[in-house]
Design a binder for this molecule. Structure first.
Ligand code: HEM
Ligand SMILES: *[C@@H]1O[C@H](CO)[C@@H](O)[C@H](O)[C@H]1NC(C)=O
Ligand SMILES: *[C@@H]1O[C@H](CO)[C@@H](O)[C@H](O)[C@H]1NC(C)=O
Ligand SMILES: *[C@@H]1O[C@H](CO)[C@@H](O)[C@H](O)[C@H]1NC(C)=O
Length: 378
């Protein structure tokens, strides 16, 4: 598809997602649910299954974080210049799990496979749709997310994605931005998407610890990640793909540090600081774009009305802050055209962040070398 027609389609998706469509809801065959498009009725049994049995009541914690990350790794198996790289948000990461989960770039995605494979297999939707749907529902667990749209009808992959399609944390920002651009995502999209690291942490970078959060509020989709990634790192981060962090127990990815300070992205990055609405809206649009990479948008159906509302942040949670003991003097500013916002410092002594607990569903037969990463029969 030509770029212009993709952009037109995206603009259309955007306007539909923002409520321009006025059609009324019809009752589903189950007699219980309703949706504007009857095709969307197929999503309700899946929604009920994952709400009850996959996310349970765990909130914006490991299950939600795990479901969000795999949607990125599935979608990035795509190139606007080289068809052999993959067909995008196509389920290939699970369908060809034994191949793709061997790739170094997918370290840790076996957790997502173990958690989601049984649900994907027993659902009546494509694996491609399942991965993006579960990620969309995961977002609604995190306070601060802007209502995520969902488009339905993805076609599953018939071959695996290539290796080296997902950026790695030890790559330069220039290389990462180039790979994202080749997949169809701009530098602004990339910064917008990295708001996901506000609800995230690392299990595999530091061999001695797991569940190390990327910001001090890993269960809130707030702007704190953009603040803390700009603070001078004083706690050493000696492992590959890691740099020093400003808070004990926090893990800083080298890639986040580089993108925060790259002249191409520094001002986009800083603009998210204490700018909750702008951050959440930019993420909403970029996540929509990412989740349909490689798919024919004109074949997708708008099922946004199936998605529950995410919780809101309180006014207190919306206000960004400097962690205890730190202030404006600890900011390593790289954006030259805007001053860093004035933020309060949280009172109290410098804290050590708690590690996040792994969700038990992430444990299963699939290994990080791809062994036994095979979808069960439907
Ligand atoms: C652009 C370059 C990116 C790089 C280099 C990168 C790298 C990483 C790395 C290394 C981890 C830790 C993995 C581990 O040790 O277990 C991680 C975690 C995570 N990433 Fe990214 N990421 C990028 C973009 C994204 C995007 C676009 C999304 C989603 C839209 C995303 C969502 C997540 C989430 C949710 C986690 C936490 C997973 C968990 O806690 O279980 N990342 N990322
Ligand atoms: C599965 O989905 C197809 C197409 O959406 C539909 O025709 C069929 O009735 C569904 N089956 C079940 C058991 O929901
Ligand atoms: C996308 O789908 C539309 C509608 O079914 C079709 O006319 C068009 O040829 C498809 N485009 C591609 C690139 O497959
Ligand atoms: C960053 O922290 C280091 C170690 O505490 C210190 O030596 C350095 O002066 C700090 N740099 C800035 C810009 O604050």
């Amino acid at each position: 598809m030509a770029l212009t027609s993709l952009l037109v389609s995206l603009a259309l998706l955007g306007s539909i997602a923002n409520g321009a469509s006025t059609s009324r809801r019809a009752t589903c065959p189950d007699g219980k649910n309703s949706a504007k498009n009857l095709e969307c009725c197929a999503l309700f049994p899946v929604l009920e299954d994952i709400q009850t049995n996959m996310f349970a009541d765990s909130g914006c914690a490991d299950a939600a974080h795990t479901a969000l990350r795999v949607a990125f790794h599935d979608a990035l198996g795509f190139s606007t210049t080289d068809a052999s790289k993959g067909t995008g948000a196509d389920g290939s990461i699970f369908i060809f799990g034994e191949t793709e989960l061997q790739y170094d770039m997918n370290i840790g995605i076996s957790d997502a496979f173990n958690m989601e494979a049984p649900f994907a297999a027993r659902s009546n939707i494509s694996v491609a749709d399942f991965i993006q749907f579960a990620a969309t529902i995961s977002l609604t667990k995190c306070a601060g997310v802007a209502q995520p749209p969902f488009f339905f009808g993805r076609v599953d992959a018939t071959s695996p994605a290539a290796d080296n399609t997902v950026p790695e944390p030890f790559q330069s920002s220039t290389d990462i931005l180039a790979r994202m651009a080749d997949a169809g995502l701009t530098a602004a999209d990339t910064v917008a998407l990295l708001a996901s690291h506000s609800v995230a942490g690392a299990d595999n970078i530091d061999p001695d610890a797991a569940g190390l959060p990327f910001d001090s509020t890993p269960s809130l989709f707030d702007t704190q990640f953009f603040v803390e990634s700009l603070l001078n790192g004083t706690f050493p981060g000696p492992n590959e793909g890691q740099t020093s962090s400003p808070i004990q127990g926090e893990l800083r990815l080298q890639s986040d540090f580089e993108i925060a300070h790259d002249p191409v992205t520094a001002c986009l990055w800083q603009a998210n600081v204490n700018n909750q609405q702008a951050m959440a809206q930019a993420f909403q649009q970029a996540f929509l774009k990412m989740g349909i990479l490689g798919q024919n948008v004109s074949k997708l159906v708008d099922c946004s009305d199936v998605i529950p509302a995410p919780p809101a942040l309180t006014a207190y949670q919306t206000q960004a802050f400097f962690p205890p003991g730190l202030d404006i003097n600890d900011v390593q500013q790289s954006c030259e055209s805007a001053t860093f916002p004035n933020l309060p410092t949280l009172p109290g002594a410098a804290e050590t962040l708690a590690q996040m607990t792994a969700d038990p569903l992430t444990v299963g037969p699939c290994q990080s070398d791809g062994t036994d990463c095979v979808l069960p029969p439907a």
